[in-house]
Write a protein that binds this ligand. Structure first.
Ligand code: PAF
Length: 290
């Protein structure tokens, strides 16, 4: 167990465990209920909203920081994914986090590791179709984290709506003793959902990027006015996206919020979601309706 000092200020450091034994020792000292906020670091206000919510609902808060290689496909941004551990530890300390788990790859996936958790169909559509194997990697790392940290509650952002649905499926299918809490998306004032990948946007792309939010809002407002035809909601999103020349839609979706099956008619809880390619980065966003 280390207390990592911060040269930049008066903070005394946050408790950090980087191996399994020190995590287990630290976990044994935490008051219950324990909330876990799993992250890949590069913490922003969206993560801080998860931490704040966990603080309100739990006696102890653990944040994991691990850029998980198994959820990145070949040619994706694993190597260049932002790594800002010092700043992240400082943010955790000022947010009142009790323990940070910041393992390396060999700690999470010891040599010889071959087991993975396959979430099935909900992990093969939308982001899963665009990024084969992505949700197997997410489900595997989240299962390992839940097993090591043994949280009572775990906090996920609504922005990665499919991820929350896939993890919920895994937790229920495997009977894991953890409750999931999905926290509303934090947005910049112009509507862009906060994401560590926004750092890749050029100024011109940053100016175009709120189009994701505008497209979702247009469909959500149409739904509020009574539109139930999912095809028309998809067309509305595509129409808004087509107004931004830098934005190339990957998919727009109106899907059942439990199974992620594409809908013809919205007659229950549904998820509007989209993925858009800009020259420098691919962004996703979503909006629950119904
Ligand atoms: O949302 C993320 O940051 C990651 O997918 C997660 C849940 C930490 C698993 O690596």
């Amino acid at each position: 167990m280390e207390a990592v000092p911060h040269p930049g200020g008066p903070l005394r450091g946050v408790r950090v465990a980087s191996d399994r034994a020190s995590l287990a020792a630290a976990r044994a000292t935490l008051a219950s209920p324990v909330g876990l906020v799993p992250t890949m670091g590069a913490l922003h206000a969206g993560h801080l909203a998860l931490i704040e919510r966990a603080r309100r609902e739990c006696a102890s808060v653990v944040v994991s920081i691990f850029v998980n290689p198994t959820q990145f496909g070949p040619g994706e941004d694993f190597e260049r994914y932002p790594r800002t551990l010092e700043a992240d530890l400082r943010a955790c300390e000022t947010s009142g986090v009790d323990l940070v788990f910041a393992p390396d790859v060999a700690t999470m996936y010891p040599p010889g590791h071959t087991t993975s958790v396959d979430p099935g169909v909900p992990g093969t559509v939308l982001e899963g179709a665009a990024r084969p194997g992505h949700f197997r990697g997410v489900a595997t790392v989240v299962t390992i984290l839940f097993d090591l940290v043994r949280p009572d509650l775990a906090y996920f952002g609504q922005k990665d709506g499919q991820q929350a649905i896939v993890v919920d499926r895994v937790v229920r299918d495997l009977g894991m003793p953890v409750g999931l809490v999905v926290v509303p998306t934090v947005r910049d004032p112009d509507g862009l959902a906060l994401s560590s990948r926004n750092a890749y946007l050029t100024p011109a792309e940053r100016a175009s990027a709120p189009v994701l939010h505008r497209a979702l809002r247009a469909a959500a407002e149409a739904f509020e006015r009574g539109e139930r035809d999912a095809g028309r909601l998809r067309s509305l999103m595509r129409e808004v996206l087509s107004g931004e020349p830098l934005a190339r839609p990957d998919y727009v979706s109106v899907a059942d919020r439990a199974t992620l099956e594409e809908l013809a008619t919205v007659d229950g809880p549904a998820l509007l979601s989209l993925a858009v390619r800009f020259p420098s980065v691919r962004l996703i966003d979503c909006w629950p309706i119904g």
